[in-house]
Design a protein around this ligand. Structure first.
Ligand SMILES: [Cu+2]
Length: 331
């Protein structure tokens, strides 16, 4: 609708058109209200000015007028609320089965990593017509991942994961901005998102630069850091068996139950004492300062990949990560 209208970025995602429609609605409503107020102001000032025949020093008030200007705006506000809430909930709820891409923000660049292992800096390649979910964190201060053409934006915070999802509808190259002032070179923290046809995307994925899948990197780390000495996959070791833990409720020793999502796994690694699994002693050492944000993401991806088939809970539509790990140097 607004392709040739320079005030709007292109509408490149499923969210864009519905958000713009709400925006235009708000613009029209406020525009009409503003114009109406000015018209009434001028008409009344002229008509009821002192000395005119309609001039009345004292007005009685009118119930019908009071009711009208209470109920009409109330109805309009309700429409805005319901409409806005519907868009908001849709935008905050990543669809199941979305492909997952990990993002780390740092002063002053964006690092992205695909589950297949491709890493990018200030660039993100995604296929068109797929649901894409970003799992994001920051290595230093608060940043904000903003894709104007997709009408999505999400703060990226140090110390936890936030998510964002979109569904690109046309191939092309679009802006990526940091939308939260994050220091001297904030304005330079820009990049681009490249939306590709599925076949181009597959070509891009298979073209060099990959260091093995993210979960394979995580598996290697899991061995190197000694996680595997306590967490065994065949049986219960000194630490809980992590097979199938992701996405499941975990009973803690203080009686609480929490869902083992990405943030829970992250916290379990950095601050193991915060939530201790029922039946275990808090003997796990902290890995705060030992693993980088990117290594953490690969550990999280590895633990997420530990799903057994008989649980009938596919984590993604990808084939499971290869068991063999390429022996490339890790960055
Ligand atoms: Cu930033």
């Amino acid at each position: 609708m607004f392709n040739n209208f320079p005030l709007w970025p292109p509408q490149a995602s499923t969210q864009a058109a519905s958000l713009d429609a709400l925006f235009v609605f708000l613009l029209v409503i406020t525009g009409i209200t503003t114009i109406a107020i000015f018209i009434f102001l001028i008409v009344f000032a002229v008509r009821y000015r002192h000395g005119n025949k309609d001039y009345e020093p004292y007005l009685e008030g009118s119930n019908s007028v009071e009711f009208t200007w209470t109920i009409v705006p109330f109805g309009i506000f309700l429409v805005i609320f319901v409409w806005g809430a519907a868009i908001y909930f849709r935008e905050r709820t990543p669809p199941r089965g979305a492909m997952e891409i990990y993002v780390v923000g740092k002063q002053w660049m964006w690092k992205t990593q695909h589950p297949e292992g491709q890493r990018e800096i200030n660039e993100l390649h995604v296929p068109v017509n797929r649901d894409v979910k970003l799992i994001m964190t920051s290595q230093d201060v608060i940043h904000s991942f903003f894709l104007p053409a997709f009408r999505v934006k999400q703060d990226v915070l140090p110390g936890r994961y936030t998510t964002l999802w979109f569904h690109a509808i046309k191939p092309g190259t679009f802006h990526l901005f940091c939308a939260e002032y994050c220091g001297t070179q904030h304005s330079g923290m820009i990049g681009q998102i490249v939306v590709m046809t599925p076949s181009d995307y597959d070509k891009w994925l298979s073209g060099g630069g990959s260091e093995g899948s993210l979960s394979a990197t995580g598996e290697k780390l899991f061995q190197e850091l000694g996680c595997a000495t306590c967490h065994r996959s065949d049986t219960q070791g000194r630490g809980p068996n992590l097979m199938g833990v992701y996405g499941k409720p975990q009973l803690l020793d203080d009686g609480r139950t929490v869902i083992a999502d990405e943030n829970y796994i992250r916290e379990s690694i950095l601050n193991p004492g915060a939530k201790v699994v029922a039946g275990f002693r808090p003997i796990m050492p902290t890995f705060q300062g030992v693993v980088s944000e990117e290594q953490l993401l690969s550990l999280v991806a590895y633990i997420k990949s530990l799903q057994t088939a008989q649980q009938g809970q596919p984590v993604s539509n990808r084939p499971p990560a290869p068991a063999t790990v390429k022996t490339n140097e890790r960055r």
